[in-house]
Write a protein of this length. Sequence first.
Length: 462
Amino acid sequence: MVFLCRLNPVTSTLRLLSEAVLLRNKNMKTLYKTLIALTLIAQTADAFAEAWSLDSCVSHAVTRNISVLQQELRIKEGEQGITEAKDRFLPSLEASASQNFNFGRGLTAQNTYADRNTSQFGWNAGMSLPLFQGLAEYRNLKVSRLVLKQYIYETEATKDNIALNVISQYLQVLYCKEVAQSARSQAELSAFEVERQKALIEAGKVAEASLYDMEAVAAQDRLQVVTADNDTKTALVNLASLLQLPSAEGFDIKPLQQGEPSIPTPDYVYAEAMRCNNSILGARQAVNVATERISYAKSGYIPTLRFNAGLGSSYYRLGGFDNDSFKAQMKHNFATYLGFSLSIPIFDGFNTRNSVRRAKLQQTSAKLDLDQKQYDLYKNIQLAYYQATGARERYLTSQETLEKTKLSFDSTRERFNLGRATQADYEQAKNNLFRTEITRIQAHYEYLIRHRILLFYANARK
């Protein structure tokens, strides 16, 4: 008991120290987590300090998107392929050493067998230099360079597709914002009419039942505002996702400052796309790669020539006899050699022939893929052109219709205020105005999207 009592103060002290250490570690972890959170908040705040423009969205997306980063890894693989192809021109150098022990009967110098122990040590170093590899290594290097160029075009094509998606989603956000603004204007008109009806009821000029109808209409208009605002937030979240942003909280974009752009002709857009569209350029480069691989495969028909050189020495010890020293034997047995080796392919089981055939099939497949991409591109350009012209006509017509509808609504509203039009007439005129405004907005942004697509095909991201 005395021993235990003496240990109690020590145990208490150790317990206090352990709790202090745990508390300190816990506080440090909490501090680290707080600092990380503050850093993320600061970065997000800097990113959302001001509204994003279309150019800033596109430039941010093409540098942060995961698909682009994966394609850039392929470029690094292509660069590594070129390095490996160049290294194949270098000679190979190797060295070896061996030590052997024999116990029991062995062959003597007199070509008889006797019981004796022997040991032997040897070393050698050799070099092999390819002088002519049937142009295989040269063509392999050429293929590697063409493949790298293909990867670069494909990476740029991936960036183009991402940029096009960002442009479409950017315009979708602007469209949702204009729809929300139009819905908000309708809600303000309804709220104003509710207050006016209340004033007329207090003055005893209209029945109270008319107020209920107007309040129901105002509630429906507020619901449209909520729906439109939610659509805007959803569009912003989708755009933030394309930009690989950590959150869409506080994220917003700037409106586009442009008039009514002209629509280029399909033939002009297609001609420009054939010159600068990265998807087409990548497909053409794939054909070049496949063509060069045919030449690489044919290298198997050509003889190869190598230069070989080496040196070495050995030491032999026979038990029971006097043997020269290690140094002396190494000097006496030292030898060098030089030589050339020529390899002429005669029959390789049709491996080279099959490789050539496979390469030709890949070339045909690459050409068909290029033709398909060119056909799809022209079809998409024509479709975008006719959709753009149709949207422009709808936009111009809807603008004129909107002006007339506004005049009709103003007239109906004035007659309604004077008691010469019913509430149903007023609501119908207001709904016609809202529908015409939405039609104009839809036609406008479809026009802008199709026009942007045509410019994108013609000039990519330039």
